[in-house]
Write a protein that binds this ligand. Structure first.
Ligand SMILES: O=C(O)[C@H](O)[C@@H](O)[C@H](O)[C@H](O)COP(=O)(O)O
Length: 229
């Protein structure tokens, strides 16, 4: 059962999430050499990235990777890697090691194959996974209208290529199984247009309709929704 935390505005939710994530990662780094933070892209996480970058942490022992990536190189304005580098890996946080999903492979399928050993080498469980929720209920790049949705929800492979029907760019997405290999999950959602959607996502209905439900419903990993209208 997901824990719903409501804040007055997006900035306050982002600050609270940054404290939550920093505390979680610090707890790992007190008892192990390295830990992994997995983040999504999109617009919502920018204030969270800035707030987290200001947190005192042993950044040089932190590995940052993405829940999903658009099939564009890092110098493209839609690149999630570029977003993370610009807003999170700044100041002391620049010492963290970034593990990108994009590579100069011929296709997203080839990039997914190349990522298998890279992701297998990351310490498990991840310290923290932070996700957003798209206006169609997608999470990471598990889109309701993508032909690969069932595969993403069921495969034991770590990552897959996704071709969403409407959203721009093919994607690379961690599979649901991999997103759940974490000590903790947080979902950052804000804005009135997503209020009704979040209510529906937390209610009954098929996962295929709103894939975010797969994360909200599972009981293996604690999940908190940082919500601001
Ligand atoms: O690359 C992406 O698009 C994301 O990783 C995606 O899953 C995102 O989290 C949601 O689409 C929410 O995006 P917004 O924050 O822009 O609404």
């Amino acid at each position: 059962m997901a824990r719903l935390l409501e804040y007055a505005d997006a900035e306050t939710a982002a600050a609270a999430l940054a404290l939550h994530v920093a505390g979680r990662l610090r707890a790992d780094l007190d008892s192990q050499e390295r830990t992994v933070l997995v983040v999504s892209g999109g617009k919502s996480p920018v204030p969270f990235f800035r707030a987290l970058a200001a947190q005192p942490l042993a950044w040089e022992r932190l590995i940052v990777t993405l829940a999903d990536e658009r099939w564009v190189p890092p110098d493209h304005p839609d690149s999630n890697e570029a977003l993370v580098r610009r807003h999170l890996l700044t100041g002391r946080a620049a010492a963290a090691r970034m593990v990108p999903l994009w590579s100069a492979s011929a296709t997203p399928e080839a990039a997914a194959q190349a990522l298998v050993p890279v992701l297998a080498a990351l310490p498990r469980p991840f310290g923290q996974v932070v996700l957003g929720m798209g206006e169609d209920g997608h999470v990471a790049s598990l889109f309701p209208d993508a032909p690969e949705l069932q595969e993403g929800l069921r495969t034991a492979e770590p990552v897959l290529a996704v071709h969403p029907g409407a959203a721009p760019h093919p994607r690379l997405s961690l599979s649901l199984a991999t997103l759940l290999q974490s000590r903790d999950l947080a979902l950052l959602v804000s804005g009135e247009p997503k209020a009704r959607l979040l209510e529906r996502a937390l209610g009954d209905g098929p996962v295929e309709e709103l894939p975010v439900r797969a994360v909200l419903r599972q009981a293996a990993v604690p999940v908190s929704v940082f919500w601001a209208p």
